[in-house]
Design a protein around this ligand. Structure first.
Ligand code: IPE
Ligand code: IPE
Ligand code: MG
Length: 248
């Protein structure tokens, strides 16, 4: 049986998040510059997005550029941003053909105005699609997001639009960029690094983590199937015991 056939269709995670890592190392192994790695990574993005939609994942969040990535050499940042604009332009049609809606999280105001405008255009052009929501994390970091949420809550308290007694976990979630989306059930990180790098810290409280040594430009549908099968074989206990879960 192929990996795809082994997947239990009734247990597909609703939301999968991916830290797409290893483009630079992939390029270096081939004596190319890092930009070549990023360009090759776009092929993995396309395949992953289409496969995810096909197997019934409803939300796919891709970590494309972190707040910390602004600290990379300007030439690399510029190359990443133009690749982003180019890919968004080229892929809007495919997103529409596959009924995929584009969204973004992160400090979008910090993007260059042209990048922001192109992103906004693609978001609007795909807004009515319903098969899957593709969420790009751009200029995103979880601590930035949580800090912003605290600031917004504090302003509402000060203006007496909110009472202290109303503060609970759901309220905090509602102030995050991810408010419209469920928490991911599965987080994948490629390239053999075992860290979260400031990604969705609040949202992954009970997410299953999957690490693979595959470098992002080598990531293909089969690797996504492997991750989902691994997830499907886990027991998510949420603090309870195995025995309790049997009667749940
Ligand atoms: C991930 O690949 C892409 C981004 C962070 C934008 P890297 O560029 O981090 O590749 P490595 O980790 O240096 O191999
Ligand atoms: C995380 O990868 C950010 C993205 C994948 C966009 P990095 O390569 O920037 O992470 P660190 O610096 O190795 O933790
Ligand atoms: Mg990296």
């Amino acid at each position: 049986m192929s990996l795809k056939e082994q997947i239990d269709k009734s247990k597909i995670p609703q939301h999968v998040a991916i830290i797409m890592d290893g483009n630079g190392r992939w390029a270096k192994q081939r004596q190319h510059d890092r930009t070549f790695g990023h360009e090759s990574g776009v092929i993995s993005v396309k395949e992953t997005v289409e496969t995810a939609a096909e197997i019934g994942i409803k939300y796919l969040t891709l970590y494309a550029f972190s707040s910390e990535n602004w600290n990379r050499p300007k030439s690399e940042v510029d190359a990443l941003m133009s690749l982003l604009v180019k890919t968004i332009n080229q892929e809007t049609k495919t997103l529409n053909d596959n009924n995929i809606r584009l969204k973004a999280i992160g400090d979008l105001q910090s993007l260059e105005s042209q990048t922001f405008a192109e992103l906004q255009k693609a978001i609007e052009n795909t807004a009515s699609n319903t098969q899957m929501t593709l969420i790009l994390a751009l200029s995103y970091s979880s601590r930035w997001e949580i800090t912003k949420a605290i600031e917004q809550i504090a302003i509402k308290l000060k203006n007496k639009e909110l009472q202290i007694e109303e503060i609970n976990q759901d309220l905090v979630s509602s102030f995050l960029n991810t408010a419209p989306y469920p928490d991911p059930e599965l987080l994948i990180r490629t390239s053999g690094e075992y860290r979260i790098s400031n990604f969705l810290l609040w949202q992954i409280a009970y997410t299953e983590l999957y690490f693979t040594p595959i470098l992002w430009p080598d990531f293909r549908s089969e690797n996504l199937y492997e991750a989902i099968l691994d997830y499907q074989n886990r027991e998510r206990r949420f603090g309870m015991t195995s025995e309790q879960l049997l009667n749940f």
